[in-house]
Design a protein around this ligand. Structure first.
Ligand code: 1HE
Length: 271
């Protein structure tokens, strides 16, 4: 039976710009506003927050994709075209921060398949997820400079950490775009695949992540990025504490025993 026919709905109320299904322990969330190139309006951003904060407890990984020819055209410019006072604009940006924090520090790893335009807020959204797979059609842009606005969905922090401040400056000052290969070499993505292979690659990676223990995935999502950003001494202490907690889980004990009794897979070269 084709995979799509085995997908079931997820019982979370979402705007019609988001479409969620599940296949076993993996949720598939689609940006479903292709007529506007998946531009992120307020309803969609709030819907992302709702989805990631209400994710059912038995979902172990999420795959995020965009419908149509592009992953996302970023911020819905029609919503910011009118006059907004600075406080309103700052609160709007904070709403994006809240939604994307719910993704980055949520309960499940999120794997994103990118294709076509991944620009502005679309790239900020992708940067808040944990693994990015690019199809060769993907390209990256930060047209905020051309539009007279600035990053507001966490890109100054997350995109700059992924590809470096110098590249972000270049993209914003000159309107330079990076193609999928350039983005991959710069660190924007962990996987680069042929067109049409993004979803299946993301699904396969999600299945792998979903098979880890919940405690290890919690440590990777919540502890690792904070350790990496903290001062080394505090980072090392947090690492030791997290390691102790992970090791104590019943699942970890089983898995270690399985390896020692030769029931577990070895780590073999994959390419
Ligand atoms: C939009 C948006 C949008 C398309 N907001 N409506 N983002 C940008 O500056 C990117 C702007 N978009 C584009 O450059 C192009 O649309 C694309 C390269 C992504 C796609 O091109 P194409 O030829 O396939 O589509 P299109 O004809 O340009 O757009 C189709 C429709 O989507 C059209 O509406 P229609 O009513 O005329 O059919 C477009 O107006 C609409 N559309 N993109 C609103 N972004 C938290 S801060 C983040 C800051 C940013 O994200 S800045 C980046 C904004």
């Amino acid at each position: 039976m084709p995979a799509e026919t085995m997908e079931e709905p997820i019982d979370i109320e979402l705007p019609k710009s988001l479409h969620a299904t599940r296949l076993g322990a993996i949720a598939h969330l689609r940006l479903a506003r292709s007529e506007k190139r998946n531009a992120l309006d307020d309803g969609t951003v709030l819907g992302l927050e709702t989805f990631f904060t209400r994710l059912p407890g038995d979902i172990r990984a999420v795959v995020l994709t965009g419908e149509g020819a592009h992953f996302s055209a970023g911020l819905d410019l029609s919503e910011v075209a009118g006059a907004r006072d600075p406080l309103e604009a700052a609160l709007h940006s904070r709403m994006w921060h809240r939604a994307f924090e719910a993704i980055q520090f949520g309960r499940a790893p999120v794997i994103t398949a990118l294709h076509g335009a991944v620009v502005g807020g679309g790239l900020e959204l992708a940067a808040a997820t944990h693994i990015r797979v690019a199809e060769r059609s993907a390209y990256y842009g930060l047209p905020e400079g051309q539009r007279g606005i600035f990053l507001g969905g966490g890109g100054s922090v997350r995109i700059a950490r992924l590809i470096g401040v110098a590249r972000v400056m270049d993209m914003m000052l000159t309107g330079r775009t990076l193609n999928a290969e350039e983005g991959h070499a710069a660190g924007a993505t962990q996987y680069l695949v042929d067109d049409g292979k993004g979803l299946e690659t993301a699904m396969a990676l999600a299945a792998k992540a979903a098979s880890n223990t919940a405690t290890t995935n919690f440590a990777v999502l919540h502890a690792l990025p904070r350790i990496a950003e903290s001062d080394p001494a505090s980072g090392l202490l947090t690492e030791s504490l997290m390691a102790a907690i992970a090791e104590m889980s019943g699942e970890a004990k089983e898995r270690l025993k399985d390896f020692l009794e030769k029931r577990a897979a070895k780590v073999l070269r994959q390419s």
